[in-house]
Design a protein. Structure first.
Length: 726
């Protein structure tokens, strides 16, 4: 067998006709200075050629659905396996994507709850058991006498198809009427359904009037409906209420019936499971008074109400003047000095009380009376009624995001949240950290019958949780939004997914997996990479981390410098062999011959930014003082609260105060020292060069000092750039 990947004549980007042999089935690290050609060799040459060959091996029909990569500029590559790239790229920004959905753990949780979940009544909290025909009849007979009703069998519920055979069979069985998507039809007429759309078909079994002595006929009709609709029956009063009874799950005391417990009932991406008020997002946008009046020290005349300032025209200013005359308050008085009742009227309206308004037309002033709708009510109406994307985007500047008040951020319907396993619903499981969830499912004991049903599901859940823990993500929760993950976290999630697939003979190429990982968890990552290798795969890692380089089976050092001065292999071999090469910059630092000297003197500051009572996420009402004009580093193990303090609290609060940003900052009592700042810049969202200006506060989420040094040009004066939070 070929035991090496042989590359001959690689000239992609800055590679200089590179020839190299890379051992297969080993952990290989490609390192070197930034810009030396590491990613060009790993991704643009090896991965691109491996992916291209795999796609070309498929049929022409299959190729049209896959991304086809161009052939890299290389003469020959032998010994190449199918390649999988796990890059440092951001995970999905879709607000519906979570850690649970990305890793597919949530899919197994939905299946678990659908098969062995204990159903509770979401009104009284009692356990729900199956409902007999007699109980259904008794429930209907409690309705007022002479009530007209229809017994219907919902044979199809929100499913695609034409259902021609089913309709023909129903007609042959003697049924006369059917309701299709809310409209009544005779079965004898021609009914055409769009097979690409979802439909609901309900067969009319019987029409009855509630009266003594009808119990026997009602029971027969219910039994027929249950047989047709797989245990479901709908009793409907024309132009009135509708009750769905289930032969399986129903609360006798409250009269609530549950439909079939299916996996889609626990999906917040499906109408059957999603909270109806927030459509499964878990949040709602609302017009925030703090955004509408960002500076309450201004008066109404000077534009305290930003959506109604002087730039919006005379109309809104005239409304405020008329309101001031009616309620006898001073329009030149700061907004926060006005009585609380007046502030509430300005923002939310006068209710039913009419106010005398006016408008000028030429030299004449016209008067009219009507209730004042309020600034926020006005914004809500305009946002709801407009068809203009520009108007909506402008109004969204005054909105903030809050958890949905109906589901409280759980995303699911009340019925779904009242199905439990070991006393916990699916959202309570997802709110646990990976560590806590792994412990919960390890200790979970189910009754023998349920344990047999759930054994294979639990095996998959436990394995996937274990994989996430092994790559150092044990602090994440399953309901964490995928868009909030760092590049390193997203990469390790994809890495854990690949471990779970247990593929063999694959070439895995990773881009700096140690970024964002605390040194405490670095060993876990290395164990994971070795496990991939031991399965019979070749693991190729682009990396700068010292511990990863020294743990590698084989190291390739690119260089000697960046750009046109790089593109060559300076050293290749085991870590010890690379250390022995004098020309290898990486080897010099690994061996200790070169070091990064610590500064003899450190800068001091007499200006401070003070955060008081920060409580975002896991922060426990902490107080922090940050010196300005110096480099400040926030560190700690993953999940300790660094990002919650710097990004969720400090950065968002400053962006909101200084730039009127829409982002809602984490809860904090007070931030002192704002007068010392004039701008806050997120390096991830701004050009790096112009961002470094004296007097500015910067946020840099690069995890290594070399990234910050590179961003500032690699020279020592980068320390003079103002205050930089790392």
């Amino acid at each position: 067998m070929i035991d090496k990947i042989k590359i001959r004549g690689a000239r992609e980007h800055n590679l200089k006709n590179l020839n190299i042999d890379i051992p297969r089935d080993q952990l290989v690290v490609i390192t070197g200075v930034s810009g030396s050609g590491k990613s060009t060799l790993a991704f643009d040459t090896i991965y691109a050629e491996g992916q291209r060959r795999y796609v070309e091996s498929l049929s022409a029909y299959a190729r049209q659905f896959l991304e086809q990569m161009e052939k890299p500029d290389v003469d020959q590559i032998d010994g190449l396996s199918p390649a999988i790239s796990i890059e440092q790229k951001t995970t999905s920004k879709n607000p519906r994507s979570t850690v649970g959905t990305v890793t597919e753990i949530y899919d197994y949780l939905r299946l678990l709850y659908a098969r062995v979940g204990q159903i509770l009544c979401h009104r009284c909290g009692k356990k729900i058991s199956s409902q007999t025909v007699e109980q259904m009849v008794d429930r209907v007979m409690q309705w007022p006498e002479k009530t007209r009703l229809m017994v219907m069998a919902p044979i199809v519920r929100e499913r695609k198809g034409e259902y021609r055979k089913e309709l023909a069979q129903l007609q042959a069985d003697g049924f006369v009427r059917i309701r299709v998507d809310g409209e009544m039809h005779e079965l004898g007429e021609k009914i055409e359904l769009d097979k690409q759309k979802k439909h609901t078909l309900e067969v009319v079994i019987d029409r009855l009037v509630v009266k003594p002595g009808m119990e026997s006929r009602l029971a027969d009709s219910i039994e027929t409906a249950l047989r047709l609709a797989d245990g479901l029956v709908r009793i409907e009063i024309p132009d009135g209420e509708s009750k769905v009874f289930s032969a399986r799950y129903a609360c006798i005391d409250c009269g609530l019936s549950y439909p079939d417990i299916e996996p889609r009932m626990f999906s917040f991406n499906n109408p059957h499971g999603a909270c109806p008020d927030c459509s499964g997002l878990g949040t709602r946008n609302y017009f925030d008074a703090e955004q509408v009046v960002p500076n309450p020290e201004l008066c109404l005349r000077d534009g305290a109400i930003v959506p109604w300032d002087s730039r919006t025209g005379y109309y809104y200013q005239a409304l405020l003047e008329a309101l001031a005359i009616h309620y006898e308050f001073d329009i030149r008085k700061p907004f926060n000095k006005l009585p609380e009742k007046i502030q509430k009227i300005i923002l939310h309206g006068s209710g039913e009380e009419s106010v005398r308004f006016f408008y000028d037309q030429g030299e004449r002033r016209h008067f009219y009376e009507k209730p004042f709708e309020g600034v926020i009510t006005n914004l809500e109406r305009r946002y709801r009624e407009t068809d203009s994307d520009g108007v909506r985007e402008n109004l969204e500047r005054f909105m903030s995001v809050i958890p949905c008040p109906t589901c409280e951020g759980a995303r699911l319907r009340p019925e779904s949240l009242h199905v439990t396993v070991a006393g916990k619903n699916i959202c309570e499981i997802c709110s646990m950290s990976i560590d806590e969830a792994e412990r919960f499912f390890t200790e979970l004991e189910l009754p023998s019958k349920q344990a047999e049903i759930a054994s294979r599901i639990l095996k998959e859940i436990r394995e996937r949780l274990s994989f996430l823990s092994h790559v150092g993500l044990n602090y994440l929760t399953l309901d964490r939004r995928a868009g909030t993950l760092s590049g390193g976290e997203g990469q390790r999630i994809r890495l854990a997914t690949q471990i779970g697939s247990s593929l063999m003979g694959v070439l895995y190429i990773l881009d700096e997996p140690s970024i964002g990982l605390h040194q405490r968890d670095n060993q876990r990552l290395l164990v994971t990479l070795r496990r991939l290798r031991d399965l019979g795969n070749t693991v190729l890692v682009v990396e700068h981390d010292e511990e990863t380089i020294t743990a590698a089976d084989y190291v390739i050092d690119m260089g000697p410098a960046a750009g046109v001065h790089g593109g060559e292999v300076v050293a290749a071999g085991t870590p010890k062999q690379v250390m022995a090469v004098a020309e290898s910059l990486t080897g010099q630092y690994l061996s200790g011959k070169r070091r990064i000297p610590l500064p003899v003197e450190r800068r001091r500051s007499d200006r401070w930014l003070e955060i008081i009572g920060a409580r975002a996420n896991n922060l426990q009402s902490i107080d922090v003082r940050i010196p300005l004009g110096v480099l400040t580093c926030f560190t700690g193990v993953s999940g300790s609260g660094k990002s919650s303090l710097v990004i969720e609290t400090l950065y968002k609060a400053l962006a909101q105060r200084l730039h009127r940003a829409r982002e809602k900052a984490g809860p904090v009592k007070q931030i002192n020292g704002l007068e010392l700042l004039d701008k806050v810049i997120d390096i991830d969202q701004s050009p790096i060069g112009p961002a470094f200006q004296p007097g500015h506060l910067h946020r840099c989420i690069h995890r290594h000092p070399r990234a910050v040094r590179a961003a500032a040009g690699g020279e020592d004066p980068w320390l003079q750039a103002g205050s930089l939070l790392l």
